[in-house]
Design a protein around this ligand. Structure first.
Ligand code: SF4
Length: 331
């Protein structure tokens, strides 16, 4: 039996049941596949499961998503992080309605031309929704392939070879959609980062890392250094206890969401009776750790771009996860 056949057989018995996939071929809704793929970027399956149904309930079709205000989409996205994904999702829905009649194109090149759809997502939609033999390579798949082939070089240096190995395996797969799901499930549930369950693995007799006893050394991933940044978050209240917030400008990190003003240069915005506190909020972004110390001020005059909101009305505004921590610490 070929490796691809072993993977298929294993998947039919052991593959995870997830609301955005079907076993035995293409998923009938490219829309569901797309939403799940965007949500799953940088987010675990367990977290996505709780958001996916709510999102689909509120926006059951591409048309519904395209017609909704961006603020509604961001509101439902709260807590998932990486808000550019939500903005691109919304933009892409509009493009699909305007240029494609609300239907996903069924080829990789046209998919790739849509907003927010890159190499990875276009391959995912092509494989999962159209059963095309496009290899989908995520962290799980990289782990399975590097161990299977005993590749102990730094992953960053063998990216093309990993892609080629994934493509070759996909080519021989009996069912592309199942194969793409199977590779991910194998990595997520059997070929796990620590203590892989090799005794349950359908590829055990083919696996170089198992044979050589090197599963703990492969994949070889060197971690990039994280930048640490510090600054202030400004908790400005009026005498009635309403908190000042503002909308971030439309460019850059977390744009379009609401926030308490903050900075990372350690300066106070203007001369006033600022009161420093010992309260600090830490948040981990992809490339840096941010620590913000809460500084308080009571005034009736908001910043030029800010406005006061009563505590009970704050839930009507979308905030990032980082800003929710700051809000909690500020109230
Ligand atoms: S035998 Fe072990 S290391 Fe090799 S692919 Fe299977 S689970 Fe991963």
């Amino acid at each position: 039996m070929s490796i691809a056949e072993k993977i298929q057989k294993w998947y039919e018995k052991n593959g995870r049941d997830l609301p955005w996939r079907v076993k035995g071929g293409a998923h009938p809704s490219a829309y569901r596949v797309w939403i799940s793929e965007i949500m799953l970027q940088q987010t675990t399956v367990a977290t996505v499961l709780s958001y996916f149904d709510r999102f689909l309930k509120r926006f059951p079709t591409i048309e519904a998503l395209a017609a909704a205000p961006l603020a509604d989409v961001l509101l439902l996205w709260q807590g998932l992080g990486y808000y550019t994904r939500a903005r691109k999702l919304h933009e892409c829905a509009r493009v699909l309605v305007e240029r494609h009649g609300g239907v996903f194109p069924a080829d990789r090149k046209s998919l790739r031309a849509l907003p927010g759809i890159g190499d990875y997502t276009s391959a995912s939609i092509a494989a999962f929704a159209f059963n095309l033999p496009e290899a989908v390579v995520d962290g799980n798949v990289i782990r399975v392939l590097t161990r299977l082939n005993g590749r102990d070089e730094p992953v960053a240096s063998i990216g093309n070879e990993i892609d080629d190995a994934a493509a070759a395996l996909m080519k021989s797969a009996p069912c592309p959609a199942d194969h793409a799901s199977a590779m991910m499930d194998l990595g997520a549930t059997v070929c796990t980062p620590k203590s892989p369950k090799c005794l349950l693995c359908p590829l055990q007799s083919d696996c170089r890392a198992f044979r050589d006893g090197t599963t703990d050394k492969i994949p070889n991933i060197s971690k990039p250094k994280r930048d640490k940044r510090k600054g202030f978050a400004f908790a400005v209240k009026n005498a009635a206890g309403a908190l000042m917030i503002r909308k971030r400008t439309e460019k850059g990190l977390l744009h379009g969401l609401y926030e308490l003003p903050w900075n990372t240069d350690g300066s106070l915005p203007f001369d006033a009776d600022w009161r420093k506190t010992d309260i600090a909020v830490r948040h981990v972004f992809t490339h840096f750790d941010l620590t913000l110390e809460i500084v308080r001020l009571t005034t009736e005059t908001p910043f030029a771009d800010g406005f006061f909101v009563r505590r009970e009305d704050l839930e009507n505004y979308p905030f990032s996860t980082m800003m929710k921590k700051v809000l909690k610490a500020s109230l």
